[in-house]
Design a protein around this ligand. Structure first.
Ligand SMILES: Cc1cc2nc3c(=O)[nH]c(=O)nc-3n(C[C@H](O)[C@H](O)[C@H](O)COP(=O)(O)OP(=O)(O)OC[C@H]3O[C@@H](n4cnc5c(N)ncnc54)[C@H](O)[C@@H]3O)c2cc1C
Length: 386
């Protein structure tokens, strides 16, 4: 059993840990600091694909493999190609991201990696199957600590199965990312297809569901295959890679601090947006917030995580409306993309709108349904079940 002291330990070395570590390294905050990253996996492969919208170039711009100027939204009776200016929709594949982060981090010989499985935290110690490591500050993105309270909060999941498709002949409309195609069987849930063309012959096609429970494996496969077959009709194609993912869409505030040494970051720290599952953007915001703090204070004793403010409440109302099913879920997204300029729903979903913009946006939803859900959400009344 080893026991070594570190200034910072990153328990989990995925998107949140590496984003923060790269920023700390680039800001000179790791000078003379001893750092350890512990992950059960070797983070070197394409284990996920991140998409997000951004106005300017971000820190990880060199990892972006595709940018779209146009987005498409399709639902029964409505199909539109929209210009989300000033935003662009972007894709990063994780292998390029891990490589980029490792290149930056490897310049600092005080940053060490171990591939081990974390089992617990005790005060300032990370306990793995193989040893114990002591850290003054520990960032945890590995083990989730959350006591669910079903009487107060909504627990949706964004779950999806995706396939990278390559056609023999040009088929895809390269410049347009289809964020949501609701023209599939909804099964009284929120189900849509997501199509991200990387070129005229390559695309990631994903079957996505927002619901409280996962499906059988076969159902993802069947729905996605049917859609691909129907779309591509007589075009020859092959599947080059697949991905499956589950992202929490919980409106319960996540625990930010386990004790005075262990801080939760990333999905474990509540970075996944409850109403959409989008996380990458919020991970970057969280790391910028931490960097701003570290520039003023060396410790996290007086650190205040960025508050979600009123957006936490909006997410709760939105999830409640989806759970109560008084209107089909696709109709809610339809309201957003049909009645507003495309940048505005994106800005709202990034939690960057002003209060005046919020009013403009909230007015597009069915008033009575939302008013009633908002009142019930405010008083945490039981969810009406259809
Ligand atoms: C397939 C997939 C696609 C996604 N696509 C998008 C997207 O397009 N846009 C978006 O905004 N969000 C997306 N997300 C959501 C979110 O951005 C990612 O999950 C993101 O990686 C979260 O970052 P994180 O650091 O919190 O978690 P992770 O990146 O998962 O990092 C956590 C790390 O902890 C390690 N770990 C876990 N348990 C242990 C343990 N016991 N011991 C040691 N190590 C452990 C894991 O190996 C992992 O490396 C996606 C998620 C998935 C799963």
């Amino acid at each position: 059993m080893s026991n070594t002291n570190y200034d910072y330990i990153f328990a989990g070395g995925g998107a949140a840990a590496l984003s923060l570590l790269v920023r700390m390294q680039q800001e000179g905050l790791l000078h003379n600091k001893k750092v350890l990253v512990i992950d059960k996996d070797q983070k070197a492969h394409n284990d996920r694909t991140w998409c997000f919208w951004e106005e300017k170039e971000g820190l990880f711009e060199s990892c972006v493999i595709k940018t779209w100027d146009k987005i498409r939204f399709t639902s029964p009776g409505y199909d539109a190609k929209l210009n989300p200016q000033p935003y662009k929709y972007k894709m990063i594949r994780s292998q390029a991201f891990y490589q980029y982060c490792n290149d930056v981090i490897s310049k600092n010989s005080n940053i060490h990696f171990v591939q081990q499985t974390i089992v617990n935290f005790e005060n300032d110690e990370v306990i793995t199957l193989e040893g114990r490591y002591t850290g003054t500050i520990i960032f945890n993105s590995s083990i989730q600590y959350l006591n669910k309270d079903e009487s107060k909060y909504h627990y949706f999941l964004q779950h999806f199965k995706g396939k990278f498709i390559e056609t023999e002949q040009p088929f895809f409309e390269e410049g347009v990312a289809t964020l949501m195609d609701f023209n599939i069987n909804q099964n009284n849930e929120c189900r849509f297809m997501y199509i991200l063309p990387i070129s005229k012959t390559k695309a990631l096609m994903e079957f996505t569901i927002f619901s409280e429970n996962l499906l059988d494996k076969d159902e993802y496969e069947r729905e996605l295959n049917n859609y691909i077959e129907e779309k591509l009709k007589y075009h020859a194609y092959k599947v080059t890679e697949e991905e499956f993912g589950v992202i929490p869409m919980y409106n319960q505030p996540f625990i930010k601090k386990i004790n005075q040494h262990v801080f939760n970051i990333g999905t474990n720290g509540g970075a996944s947006k409850a109403s959409t599952g989008f996380t990458f953007h919020f991970i970057q915001e969280e790391s910028k917030h931490l960097i701003a703090h570290f520039k003023k204070h060396p410790s996290l004793s007086n650190y205040h995580p960025k508050s979600k403010g009123r957006f936490q409440f909006y997410d709760g109302v939105f999830l409640r409306v989806m759970r109560e099913k008084k209107v089909p879920a696709f109709y809610l997204f339809n309201c957003l993309f049909r009645k507003l300029p495309a940048y505005l729903p994106l800005k709202f979903l990034s939690e960057e709108t002003t209060l005046i913009q919020d009013f403009k946006i909230l007015r597009v939803f069915p008033t009575m349904v939302f008013m009633k859900a908002a009142i019930r959400e405010l008083f945490k009344l039981p969810t009406y079940r259809p």
